[in-house]
Design a protein around this ligand. Sequence first.
Ligand code: GLU
Length: 295
Amino acid sequence: MTPAGRFAPSPSGELHVGNLRTAALAWLFAKSSARDFLLRVEDLDRARSGAEAEQLRDLQAIGVSWDAAVVRQTERAALYDEAISRLTADGRTYECFCTRREIQEAPSAPHAPQGAYPGTCRRLSHAEREIRRATRPASIRLRSDVAEWAVEDQLHGKYLGVVDDFVLRRNDGVTAYNLAVVVDDAAQGIDQVVRGDDLLSSTPRQAYLATLLGLPVPEYAHVPLVVNADGARLAKRDGAVTLGDLAAVGIPAERVRNLILGSLGLPAGTLRDALPEFDPTRLPTEPWVWITPRG
Ligand code: GLU
């Protein structure tokens, strides 16, 4: 398998310029390091009908291309089941019956970081578990034996973050993002993960899980997000931020692509033209402030 980078959007709506910039960066990272580039649709959750086609069209419009058929997570249940079965056989999972509220109200374990699962169901006796099974369906959690894990990031350096007993399968049967992403990256030969730095804090969990499953840990680059004039993460309500909205105010996809390249200190032109100039060590480390230009 050729080593690969990837973009893995959730088809919940149209991509905005922040998502498109992350995709362009992931493509530049992959292509400048002789990797293939793959596209994976993360449609286990939050999928909106029609969004996938719009997203693929917009990626192509700014010149992001992919080297193999698009993969969809909803078609890969067998792989996720197999990974969870393997962890279960190793005594690495347990059933959890906690509601969100119970988790919020539970006293946190000593030294446990804020927001970490307090471990309530980890300690249930067999009899208690039988009783709770009759009340609500269980989610499946990882039985983690570390509280933190370090990863190396190309932009952030060494990053140490929380690993708790995170959910692998939700109680509605949907595979959790953290499990699916680890299984898919390994199965697709992805050894370079470039994505928004809002996901950096999930990365120690993913790297730890990969290690437990005996899978290679990819290299990571978490890139700065795009923000609005107030410094808040860009969102649909910030006006014309999708290719569709921008085209409607007279700004075609090529111009958006050039603005993205300009924000990265790269010359206008196609993404391929920018490759010789692309140097990951010279990327801006601050968020890009997006102000919709005049058409
Ligand atoms: N599907 C995730 C998102 O759109 C990205 C996952 C990833 O790149 O690992 O936020």
